[in-house]
Design a protein around this ligand. Structure first.
Ligand code: PLP
Length: 435
């Protein structure tokens, strides 16, 4: 036994820590992260998964790639545009830049000209008002649910929130509108039935005990058949007669109508039709960061902004920066994916399929995120064996396909065209793993 144990050649911890690149990473990532990574790499070499003379290189490579988060970027090949499990809307390049810029000290609540404190988030507010002319004022909070809680609390705590039985929805993951309203100290006053609600149903219950009328967009289902609902325009006169605020919870965050989604309400139309205030999410069809957007009449928005709860749901500077950039910038990825040209999608799918010997099939994408239920987004998918789905998810880059009918489908609608080469490489690697 005069052969040297190869494990003795594995570089020692102190030697690795002293490498210039590693020393710099200790300042950037922290001692704990760097030591853990060094130890893991040495362990891989001890198990024989890595040659001893590769340890140094492997440590440096991993440190340079270390993102400070274990969240992994995923190529969304499902065709679902607003994918809740993938964090809803991906940000535009402009929004990412804005977010990075806002990472340091920024004048989020300061007037640099006078040196005095200013209102918070004036730039995001201005961008929203420019994009939604019928709105007099705007307020940004943490998410759509918070916007709704703030509105019902500020307008109706101790009073009644009048809402149609056809709009008592569960959004997802157990988030139920009636529970949410009950938690605010407002009482829910249900009117009408599941399928039909009339103007007189509202009229019968309005009075001094009414805090507000709430119209909720049932974003994730449709009722067909013998149905009736009261539109905002009709509710407007009733609300005026009883001097109660009319709130519309729109959900999706469209600021103006989109011809592709005729059933989807938008803020401009809802306010023009008579809502005093609307609430919506920032990270659905608006295509921005997680946020709750309140738009509407100055008097009502001010009541919400001045309520003590507003402080508990206020948006952070990163959100405000990314939202401003989204609203005032070029079409964000969500909008581009929704309006993707089917011919271009087909060409891209054929290129990918041709490179790996697969076929292209017709495939409908979806809006997702509980929006525009039943609205298909016609497109194409590359059809692969189902077994390739798991290696795709675990590959680098991670790819999330749609598994359907015993096949693994790759819909390129939500994959940026610039990532087609990376996707192809990931597909080749995944196919290799199952062959
Ligand atoms: C999504 C949605 C909400 C909740 O918004 P979050 O941003 O998820 O908190 C509320 N109401 C409607 C109609 C929705 O679609």
């Amino acid at each position: 036994m005069n052969e040297v144990d190869p494990r003795r050649a594995i570089p020692r911890t102190d030697a690795l820590l002293m490498l210039p690149g590693v020393a710099a990473a200790r300042t950037r990532l922290g001692e704990h992260v760097v030591r853990g990574l060094v130890r893991d790499t040495q362990d891989r070499a001890r198990r024989g998964e890595l040659a001893a003379d590769q340890v140094e290189y492997a440590v440096l490579k991993q440190l340079s790639e270390h993102a400070g988060t274990t969240l992994r970027p995923v190529l969304n090949a499902t065709g679902v545009v607003v994918h809740t499990n993938l964090g809803r809307a991906p940000l535009s390049a402009a929004a990412v830049d804005a977010l990075v810029a806002a990472g340091g000290y920024v004048d989020v609540e300061l007037n640099l000209a006078t040196g005095a404190r200013s209102a918070r988030g004036v730039a995001a507010r201005a961008a929203l008002l420019a994009a939604c002319p019928p709105a007099e004022d705007a307020l940004v909070v943490t998410n759509g649910a918070a916007a709704l809680v703030l509105a019902t609390t500020a307008l109706a705590a101790g009073k009644e929130v009048v809402v149609s039985r056809g709009e008592l929805i569960e959004i997802g993951a157990g988030f139920r509108l009636p529970d949410l309203i009950a938690s605010t100290g407002a009482r829910l006053r249900e009117v009408g039935t599941t399928n039909r609600t009339h103007l007189r149903d509202y009229a019968e219950v309005l009075g001094p005990q009414t805090g507000c009328i709430l119209k909720v967009h049932p974003s994730n289902f449709v009722v067909r058949g013998f149905t009736a609902a009261v539109e905002l325009g009709e509710l407007r006169s009733l609300a005026g007669e009883y001097a109660v605020p009319l709130v519309a919870d729109l959900g999706s965050g469209l600021l103006a109508p989109d011809a592709l989604l005729p059933g989807e309400p938008d803020a401009s139309t809802a306010l023009t039709d008579g809502a005093d205030v609307i609430t919506a999410s920032g990270d659905k069809l608006l295509g921005g960061p997680q946020a709750g957007v309140v738009l509407g009449r100055t008097e009502i928005v001010t009541r919400l902004a001045r309520h003590p709860l507003a402080r508990a749901v206020r948006a952070d500077k990163l959100t405000l920066a990314a939202l401003e950039a989204t609203v005032s910038g070029a079409a964000p990825p969500v909008v581009r994916a929704l309006h993707a040209d089917p011919t271009v999608l087909q060409t891209r799918a054929q290129r990918l399929a041709g490179a790996v010997g697969a076929v292209v099939v017709a495939h409908d994408g979806r809006v997702g995120g509980g929006g525009a239920p039943g609205v298909p987004l016609p497109g194409w998918a590359v059809r692969l064996p189902e077994a390739v789905a798991a290696p795709l998810r675990l590959g680098d880059p991670a790819v999330l396909p749609r598994v359907h009918d015993g096949a693994c489908l790759l819909d390129l609608r939500c994959v940026p065209e610039a990532d087609d080469e990376r996707l192809l490489a990931a597909v080749r690697a995944a196919l290799d793993r199952i062959s």
